[in-house]
Design a binder for this molecule. Structure first.
Ligand SMILES: Nc1nc2c(ncn2[C@@H]2O[C@H](COP(=O)(O)OP(=O)(O)OP(=O)(O)O)[C@@H](O)[C@H]2O)c(=O)[nH]1
Ligand SMILES: [Mg+2]
Length: 221
């Protein structure tokens, strides 16, 4: 996928702040510090567009980033941060549940897991939520650069098993450090947009027209 343009659009707290242009959305959920914002930056070939919050767990908002004026990547607040109050946890629950239940534009949810660790109870709960709401899901096992290649398969198997993931759920091995899995994840995203019957603007009607098969030569900015 050729990245032509990227921008931060809005931090939305309430549904009436979500963008109204109807573009497809790919949302990212995962534990605090798992690497969601880094993944967004890597996907967009930007170093620091997706912010890393200085107070983890504090801000309960959805951060919207737009790629090529065509696709939104939506960064959820990280969960599982120890110092979060009960009230903040409830706010998170309400906001995410509302989003998952009502957001028509959501075509794919990325569940971002640290490949080094077994999924947490919160990860399992999130996965069950996604199943409940029948949201197309992709498991992204990130920080792959942190363990030797020889251990990848074993860890991926363990992650799927702990989540109780269905066989057909795609799993992408990723590293925001090396860029591993980046093209595969874009392909998975474009497939999900197609499967949802949505079309990308300026693509002449088909998603395929957007896909650049050659290496993306754009410099990191
Ligand atoms: N080695 C390595 N480090 C990573 C990778 N992805 C993220 N990190 C590091 O992990 C830390 C957390 O990354 P973030 O992208 O801020 O994590 P986050 O999930 O957005 O965290 P919250 O916004 O608090 O929920 C940072 O120090 C990153 O540099 C990766 O693929 N490889
Ligand atoms: Mg973040």
């Amino acid at each position: 996928m050729k990245i032509k343009q990227t921008e931060f659009v809005i931090s939305a707290v309430r549904p009436n702040q979500y963008p109204e242009d109807g573009l497809p959305e790919i949302a990212l959920a995962g534990r605090s510090n798992v690497g969601k914002s880094s993944l967004i930056n890597k996907m967009m070939l930007r170093k620091n567009l997706a912010r890393t919050s200085s107070q983890p767990g504090k801000t309960q908002q959805l951060n919207y980033y737009r790629v090529n004026e065509a696709i939104y990547l939506v960064d959820f607040p990280g969960y599982g941060y120890a110092k979060v109050s009960k009230k903040q946890r409830e706010q998170f629950g309400v906001m995410i549940e509302t989003y998952l239940r009502e957001r028509q534009q959501l075509v794919l949810q990325l569940l971002v897991i640290d490949i080094r660790h077994e999924p947490s109870k919160d990860d399992v709960l999130m996965y069950e939520w996604l199943k409940h709401f029948e949201i197309p899901t992709c498991i992204v096992a990130t920080k792959a650069d942190k363990i030797p290649r020889s251990k990848w398969d074993k860890h991926l198997k363990q992650i799927k098993q702990t989540l109780g993931a269905d066989k057909e759920v795609p799993v992408v091995l990723f590293s925001s450090e090396t860029g591993l899995g980046r093209e595969q994840l874009w392909d998975t995203i474009l497939d999900a947009i197609d499967a949802a019957g949505m079309q990308l603007p300026d693509s002449g009607g088909t998603t395929e027209a957007m896909v650049e098969l050659s290496e993306n030569k754009q410099e990191q900015s």
